[in-house]
Design a protein around this ligand. Sequence first.
Ligand code: MG
Ligand code: ZN
Length: 222
Amino acid sequence: MREQTGENKGIPVVRKILSANDQAAMRNRAQLAAHNIIAVNVMSSPGAGKTTLLMATIDALKNTRRVGIVEGDVASQVDAERIATTGAPVVQINTGGGCHLDAPMVGQALESLPLDTLDMVFIENVGNLICPVSFDLGQAYKVALLSIPEGHDKPYKYPAIFEAVDLVVVTKSDLMPYLDFDLPLFKQLVRGLNPNAPVLVLSAKTGEGMDDWLEWLSAQAA
Ligand code: MG
Ligand code: ZN
């Protein structure tokens, strides 16, 4: 939304009016900053392995960083229940049909997390490669996951998410031998859209590549 004002010597000045979402995102960002928390918005299609990666991450960080999780799903709390088995504080958001999280929902979820005791919050977005990226949640970093079975051609089809994120993580690398995923081509496509986003390749199941992910996280937190 834009508004025109004529106060500057008759020259029209166009200012962006913050949407309700952007205002809520600003509040979330301020609240997270006040608690020294790094928040990461994790986005992917359904089944790319967001929850599994987060569980492996919580386990790997258990002695060094205190991690909280916001779980976004259309319905159910099965993912929050999986996360809860790690002992990490978790809040489930059910969007009730909505295909993305927005900043007001995340703001409400943050109220239920023990922010004083946390160093990092991962926000697991609703599984969807399209609209989650259009909603600022107040996160510090945006990460896109793409699993090997989805295919290397997704940057052609869903460019916006690959353009917008700070990091791309290729998951389920243990399936690479069985599928025709062209990793060099995928990396080239991502670089074409977003030269600054590193592409990491890992398997939360076997642990392959997890070190690179953990290193990236600690570099952002430093
Ligand atoms: Mg999940
Ligand atoms: Zn949506």
